[in-house]
Design a protein around this ligand. Structure first.
Ligand SMILES: [Zn+2]
Length: 397
């Protein structure tokens, strides 16, 4: 980041140097002030070479005279200031630019967008929103970039309907129509609304929001999960099973997440044998420890601990796993003599501690780890990047 900042500064420095060169050719009468600009330029370069970028920035701001040839340098400098956390200075640079007369409309729009970014970075979301709506009302070519920034603001403020409205407008643009990130994010906004309705037990309204989610992203996993929970709440167990099974088939890494509700639905239908069949089919394709544990539990209920232990032992031996070992210990402790049982209890405690410490989910994008499933990564703010950490390998291996 530091190297990138120095690189941008060097570009700005070159821009300033070039501008000074131009000035010297076209305006000899400015010889005195030019001498001063030259001085500032070299002082700035000196700061830069001595690894003092903050002082260099201040000097370059002083040296840059705003005219049509230095606007790009101003915009680059403003963006650099914002990235370095000097948002107040970035706002000053952008406001100074906007105060200049006779700027072209495209420069005004570009500067206002940069100013809105400054406001967003400094948390002045209301001010950013007002400025962006001002641009939007002018039907400017910058409206698409404006919409992406407004979506960011509404997402931060959890104003889901407004975020959906901006997404819908953005998706009308040919360049964004097939943008999977925009579509996926819009589906999540609908899911947020659906989850709010579920909390208020308004399941039918929640279902409507899920239908909207699918209109943005037909493959939305979160929408499928939410729809399954709605159907389950309404007692439509077959519909819930259908949705959960689709998730299992389309995204095998989420199998551990669907097993709990699947078991509940099959139990409600008094059809655990069908559930067992589904688990066996799944296990033949992929050795996932959560499937092994669910099958072992069914076996224990039907045939007792011994059968479950022998079944589990076979799989844990093939693919060692903490969760498998933990369940094995839990089943074995009551069936061993006191002395061995004490040792196993100690081992159980250690394994349990390791399990509590280990992360269950990880972001594919930034590596963030957590014990909880987040649809929006709290670290990199990307949707759908956090996935369950799978303790699995192909059953064929
Ligand atoms: Zn992330």
């Amino acid at each position: 980041m530091e190297n990138f900042a120095i690189y941008i500064l060097l570009i700005v420095a070159i821009g300033v140097g070039w501008t000074i060169g131009r000035l010297s050719k076209v305006a000899k009468k400015r010889a005195i002030s030019r001498g001063s600009i030259y001085q500032d330029y070299f002082v700035g370069l000196n700061f830069l070479l001595n690894d003092e970028p903050d002082e260099a920035i201040d000097t370059f701001i002083k040296a840059l005279e705003i005219n049509s040839e230095t606007i790009d340098s101003h915009l680059a400098l403003g963006a650099l200031l914002r990235r370095r956390g000097k948002v107040d200075k970035a706002i000053q640079v952008h406001q100074a630019l906007l105060a200049r007369p006779s700027l072209s409309q495209s420069v005004i729009d570009a500067t206002r967008i940069q100013l809105a970014r400054d406001y967003i970075t400094s948390g002045l979301l209301d001010r950013a929103e007002r400025l962006l709506h001002e641009i939007l009302s002018e039907d400017s070519p910058a409206q698409w970039e404006v919409l992406t920034l407004l979506i960011t603001i509404y997402q931060t403020e959890k104003e889901w309907e407004k975020a959906i409205d901006c997404s819908r407008r953005l998706l009308k643009n040919v360049g964004y129509r097939k943008n999977s990130e925009t579509r996926a994010a819009a589906a999540h906004y609908c899911c947020e609304l659906a989850e709010n309705m579920i909390k208020q037990e308004q399941f039918r309204t929640a279902r409507e929001h899920i239908r909207r989610a699918f209109s943005f992203d037909r493959k939305s996993i979160r929408a499928s999960f939410t729809l399954a929970s709605i159907e389950q709440e309404l007692g439509n167990y077959k519909a819930a099973i259908k949705e959960l099974d689709q998730i299992r088939l389309n995204t095998p890494e989420f199998v551990s997440q669907v097993l709990g509700p699947l078991a509940q639905c099959y139990e409600e239908l008094s059809n655990l044998s069908e559930y067992e069949k589904l688990l066996t089919t799944s296990l033949n394709k992929e050795l996932d420890i959560s499937v092994v544990l669910s099958l072992s539990d069914l076996l224990r209920q039907r045939e007792g601990d011994e059968s479950a232990i022998s079944f589990l032992y076979g799989y844990v031996n093939k693919k060692p796993s903490l969760a498998g070992l933990m369940e094995l210990l839990r089943l074995q402790i009551p069936n061993t003599d006191e002395k061995v049982s004490d040792n196993l209890k100690l081992l159980e405690q250690i394994v349990n501690r390791l399990l509590i410490k280990s992360s269950a989910y990880q972001c594919n994008h930034c590596g963030y780890e957590s014990r909880k499933l987040y649809w929006l990564c709290p670290s990199c703010k990307k949707w759908d990047c956090i996935k369950p950490i799978v303790e699995a390998e192909s059953a064929a291996n």
